[in-house]
Write a protein that binds this ligand. Structure first.
Ligand SMILES: Nc1ncnc2c1ncn2[C@@H]1O[C@H](COP(=O)(O)OP(=O)(O)OP(=O)(O)O)[C@@H](O)[C@H]1O
Ligand SMILES: [Mg+2]
Length: 229
């Protein structure tokens, strides 16, 4: 049965939560599995973070992630945005999957999976978005069919206009950091598959890319300190 998710308020959605993927608190949102009439979706609610953080930063984070999901709407490797029940929350399609470094039920064919992952990341970049948090393996999910699903686009960086040289430089650096995540994940789950190209990808991401990434992490850390109790 297909459901019109737009129909449901935040309160109604939360009342139908059947699983908590991530308990909110501090600067973290609630991430909940919602089930209504047999249909499933995932609610990410920045309202679950610390009150001050949720009030001041929540809408910005929610807006950033929804913007990225809209840009990537045509890609199968990223969840579909289903509704935005409040300024601090959104609902996305549910993909039955496991985090790549915590597989229990699924056993993907690794060479095929990594070929797909590489295509998926390049497709995201072609659509004008650098994910920017793929080195965190909890953001790469594996489905029963061995398909990669990329979640958590809150730290993304979008490609700007061609005349904006600084934006393009930063965008390219973040794309390189995304690609270097493949090497990092391989080293965790299938080190035998690391190729010389992977090693080069890790090198290219190198200092400027990692420095930018660490700057982003620092900004998040400072805002967490400032706005959470
Ligand atoms: N669309 C989805 N379908 C299935 N599972 C999902 C989906 N979105 C999120 N999850 C699950 O919820 C977890 C947390 O989601 P997400 O990374 O967006 O939140 P987060 O607050 O950034 O968490 P973390 O800090 O652990 O990265 C994912 O690792 C995954 O297990
Ligand atoms: Mg995450």
């Amino acid at each position: 049965m297909s459901i019109d998710w737009q129909h449901y308020s935040l309160e109604q959605l939360r009342a139908n939560a059947t699983l908590t993927f991530r308990q909110g608190g501090g600067s973290r949102p609630d991430v909940l599995l919602i089930e209504i009439d047999g249909a499933k979706a995932v609610l990410k609610d920045q309202g679950g973070a610390d009150k001050v953080f949720a009030f001041l930063i929540g809408p910005i984070l929610n807006w950033r992630e929804c913007k990225a999901l809209k840009k990537l709407a045509q890609l199968d490797c990223v969840p579909d945005l289903l509704s935005q029940p409040s300024a601090r929350s959104f609902l996305m399609s549910y993909h039955e999957s496991e985090q790549i470094t915590r597989l229990e039920k699924f056993t993907p064919d690794w060479p095929t999976f990594f070929a797909k992952l590489s295509i998926a990341i390049n497709d995201v970049h072609t659509a004008g978005v650098a994910h920017n948090d793929l080195r965190n393996p909890t953001n790469t999910l594996v489905t029963a069919n061995g398909e990669p699903i990329l979640v958590d686009l809150v730290a993304c960086f979008c490609r700007g206009r061609s005349w904006n040289g600084l934006n393009r430089w930063i965008f390219n650096k973040f794309c390189q950091v995304d690609l270097s995540a493949i090497t990092k994940i391989k080293s965790r789950v299938a080190p035998q598959l690391i190729t010389s190209e992977d090693v080069v990808a890790e090198d290219i991401a190198g200092r400027p890319g990692m420095a930018l990434k660490h700057l982003g992490q620092l900004i998040r850390k400072v805002s967490r300190r400032l706005f959470t109790s």
